[in-house]
Design a binder for this molecule. Structure first.
Ligand code: CP
Length: 307
């Protein structure tokens, strides 16, 4: 069965069958990444443009590698060296790029809704690589893949998103995706960073980090977005780290031996995670990054072969 949509704009409303299809397909591509020659001819002849209007290390490189490993032609667009700096609109930019015969567009943009807008003005498959504080679906899919790989299932697994829930596209996509496949989702953070009425999404709110550690199988710890004025939501970074930072001492105090720790990166070491935890045995942060390439290969393959 193909996916139910020819775009991946977010995980809100995406059926569990689509999510499972992506995760199952990613498993076959994960095996390709272990081969000496990490390339398959699946998307030969397809052209993908990576349209990044915001900084990125993991997502941009991961998409580019995924495209190259599927034998697609990958083209990177950088705002600073493009005619956007001369005032060209997004609509004109994408229509000119599309006139050069591209098939798929991967877009990251600070404005929520940009991927949806692109579906209205061009014909290519659109993949959201993060739009403002809205969604980051491939990050959530790679998080889910990594949890499933480690724990063997997603249904019934207790996952807590920790930190700045209100401004996090990673949190929202994880909530939608995890709920769709039957995981139990909670959120934990300062009350100023928990959106009002978030319980309506079917998540539990926990304000005490020790309780979050004790009650969950997985903590997905979010980055405090210092560039997005996160400091205004708590008195000081030191206080945030004292109340919500995950440290070896805190994990030992709570006595939860088998907690699994994820972080989408980039990490503020000493804030969300101590270095001991960020490099320790309970975390799978670099495994998430590796799995991200396979998950993005799966998304590109499933969308790219629908046309
Ligand atoms: N996790 C994530 O989106 O990282 P980048 O901003 O580096 O792409």
């Amino acid at each position: 069965m193909p996916l139910s949509s020819r775009h991946l704009l977010g995980l809100q409303g995406v059926p569990k069958e689509d999510i499972n299809l992506i995760l199952d397909t990613a498993k076959t591509f994960r095996e390709v990444l272990e081969r000496p020659i990490k390339r398959v001819p699946t998307l030969q002849g397809k052209t993908v443009i990576n349209l990044f209007y915001e900084s990125s290390t993991r997502t941009r490189i991961s998409f580019e590698l995924a495209e190259k490993r599927l034998s697609a032609d990958a083209v990177n667009f950088s705002v600073s060296t493009s005619s956007v700096s001369k005032g060209e609109t997004l609509k004109d930019t994408i229509r000119n790029i599309e006139a050069m015969k591209v098939d798929m567009v991967v877009v990251r943009h600070p404005a929520a809704g940009t991927p949806l807008f692109l579906t209205k003005v061009c014909d290519s498959n659109i993949i959201n690589a993060g739009d403002g504080a809205h969604e980051h679906p491939t990050q959530a899919l790679l998080d889910m893949y990594s949890i499933k790989e480690k724990l063997g299932k997603l249904e019934g697994v207790k996952v807590c998103m920790v930190g700045d829930i209100a401004h996090s596209r990673v949190a929202l996509s994880n909530i939608f995706g995890l709920k769709a496949v039957g995981a139990e989702v909670s959120v934990c953070g300062p009350s100023t960073m928990i959106p009002k009425n978030i319980e309506e999404l079917g998540v539990k709110v926990i304000y005490d980090i020790d309780e979050a550690i004790r009650e969950n199988d997985v903590l997905n710890v979010l980055r405090i977005q210092l560039e997005r004025k996160a400091r205004e939501y708590f008195p000081s970074i030191r206080e945030y780290a004292a109340f919500f930072g995950i440290t070896e001492e805190r994990l030992e105090k709570v006595g939860k031996e088998d907690i699994l720790i994820l972080h989408p990166g980039p990490i503020n070491r000493g804030v969300e995670l101590s270095s001991g935890v960020a490099d320790g045995l309970k975390q799978i942060i670099l495994t998430q990054v590796t799995n991200g390439v396979a998950v993005r290969m799966a998304v590109l393959y499933l969308l790219g072969t629908m046309n």
